[in-house]
Design a protein around this ligand. Structure first.
Ligand code: SF4
Length: 113
C-alpha cells in the first residue's frame, strides 16, 4: 500500500472506508511498538527502499521505532534476517549474497564459463 509520502510499503495499512480512520505500520505492530508509531515516520523510513531494491522471499525484516536524545527525532530502524542461510543481513538492499545460488540462469552461466 502507498504510504502518505507516496512510497509503496507492504507494511503500511490504512482504511478510511465507512468512517474508519485507521493508519498502521504492521512492522511496528510486529515489534509491539505501534503505540509509538505515527505516519510521519514513513517519510524517512528505509523499508520502502529496501523492498524496492531487494524482493528476496527469504529475507525477513524487523523494524523498531527509535527515539533520539530526550525522546526527539523518532525514526524507524530496520534489521533483516535471512531464513535460508540463518544469518543477519548487513545490507538489506543487497541481501546476504547467497540468493543468486538458486538462480538457474546464474548457475548455467557459471557452469558454462
Ligand atoms: S514506517 Fe516504514 S515500514 Fe512502517 S509503514 Fe511506514 S514506510 Fe512502512
Amino acid at each position: 500500500m502507498e504510504t502518505p509520502y507516496g512510497k509503496d510499503c507492504s507494511y503500511y495499512y490504512e482504511d478510511y472506508n465507512r468512517g474508519r480512520d485507521i493508519q498502521e505500520c504492521r512492522l511496528a505492530a510486529k515489534a509491539g511498538k505501534l503505540h509509538e508509531w505515527t505516519p510521519k515516520l514513513c517519510q524517512n523510513c528505509p523499508v520502502p527502499g529496501i523492498e524496492r531494491a531487494n524482493s528476496c522471499k527469504h529475507m525477513m525484516l524487523d523494524g523498531e521505532v527509535k527515539k533520539g536524545f530526550l525522546g526527539m527525532n523518532k525514526r524507524m530502524e530496520c534489521s533483516a534476517f535471512c531464513t535460508k542461510t540463518l544469518q543477519d543481513v548487513k545490507e538489506p538492499q543487497i541481501g546476504c549474497g547467497h540468493c543468486h545460488e538458486d538462480n538457474p540462469i546464474w548457475e548455467a552461466l557459471l557452469r558454462d564459463s
